[in-house]
Design a protein around this ligand. Sequence first.
Ligand SMILES: NC(=O)c1ccc[n+]([C@@H]2O[C@H](COP(=O)([O-])OP(=O)(O)OC[C@H]3O[C@@H](n4cnc5c(N)ncnc54)[C@H](OP(=O)(O)O)[C@@H]3O)[C@@H](O)[C@H]2O)c1
Length: 253
Amino acid sequence: MNIILLGSGRVATQLGQALHKAGASFLQVYSRTQDHAAKLAAKLNCESISDSSKLRLDADLYILSVTDDALPALAQQLSLKDRLVVHTSGSTPMSVLEPASNKIGVFYPLQTFSHEKEVDFSVIPLIIESNNPESLILLKDFAAKLSTKVLELDSAQRLILHVAAVFACNFSNHMYAIAQELLATRQLDFDLIRPLIAETAAKVHFNLPIEVQTGPAIRNDKLTIQKHLDSLKDQPQLQEIYRLLSQSIVNLR
Ligand SMILES: NC(=O)c1ccc[n+]([C@@H]2O[C@H](COP(=O)([O-])OP(=O)(O)OC[C@H]3O[C@@H](n4cnc5c(N)ncnc54)[C@H](OP(=O)(O)O)[C@@H]3O)[C@@H](O)[C@H]2O)c1
């Protein structure tokens, strides 16, 4: 299958490299910034472009992996008739691609990606969708070359999946960042808390999170909660976050 990748960020890089390893062939990498397109194209052994009018029209699959906000304008620029065009966004409806082609779809990898860190795609859930039955089969087969977990969801289901992913991943990581800042105020090293983070994540491999919740809120230790809030008196925003999360823990109990 001949692929053209539009975008050269975290997902485009990791997905492109994984597909390349799996034997897919790339015709072009398009990106807004020519240097970024060139860097990824070199890895995928194909041409790089930053002018969408130079896009080849003969690829079997066009993967748009740009920021969510850039998708509508990019789709408007494309005129790919009946070529299969997909995006990799968790929260963007498939319909955003309607201006680009008659055959559209979604290829959303449910994972957190970085520029440099390679990931094992075989365990990443790949969420697919298409407006065309043949394209859906093609996407299913294509996804199965990368992962053992291929799932067909509609755009509304995928949106909720993405909201859940933001809570589980992005917000958890932000909690780690808050912990890091708090530790730094008393010259304490973040390393101290790494085993706790690792054990918390390890537990949910085999348990439901609600079953393994610990801490003052689930124990209803009101004096401890008050002490914590007092210690944050100079940081009203953190106090508010602490209050909201403690209440949420109580509500789910
Ligand atoms: N990161 C994740 O963990 C993750 C996971 C699953 C799905 N996704 C989805 O995958 C897609 C790409 O995310 P990402 O994290 O890979 O993004 P990213 O690393 O921030 O890269 C963004 C890409 O979008 C391009 N871009 C930004 N603004 C643009 C504009 N106004 N017009 C055209 N192109 C523009 C950039 O081009 P230049 O570099 O050339 O400027 C770059 O190639 C998003 O839909 C995201 O929701 C992300």
